[in-house]
Design a protein. Structure first.
Length: 112
């Protein structure tokens, strides 16, 4: 497959930088919630805890996406980019354009 892996590499690196910046900015929102009732009411604390959990879940998804990006960058380096990691067939370029970190062809992704 004749894929311009350099263009995908630039896109992946840009996504990684953006995710890392977002993780850094969201670190404050993931800090433990203060449980002092004299400072914050019970309902406000529950809201703050819920917000903290949502932030932590988003952070985990960002870290997972960075890991996928790093794996895709590794495939570019090894020359395997654009090949399905399960069956070895080519991944459609349109599929890679949507998500260059995607490791599988559409058939393997659908479990065919």
């Amino acid at each position: 497959m004749a894929i311009n892996s350099e263009a995908f590499k630039k896109k992946l690196l840009a996504q990684k930088v953006e995710l890392e910046a977002t993780i850094e900015q969201a670190t404050d929102a993931a800090k433990p919630v203060e449980l002092d009732q004299t400072v914050v009411g019970r309902v406000s604390r529950i809201d703050a805890i819920q917000q903290q959990e949502m932030t932590l879940a988003a952070q985990r998804r960002r870290v997972e996406q960075i890991q996928k990006i790093e794996a895709a960058l590794g495939r570019i380096k090894s020359g395997d980019f654009g090949c399905c990691v399960k069956c070895g067939e080519d991944i459609a370029e349109k599929r890679l354009a949507l998500d260059p970190a995607i490791p599988t062809c559409i058939n393997c992704a659908q479990g065919a």
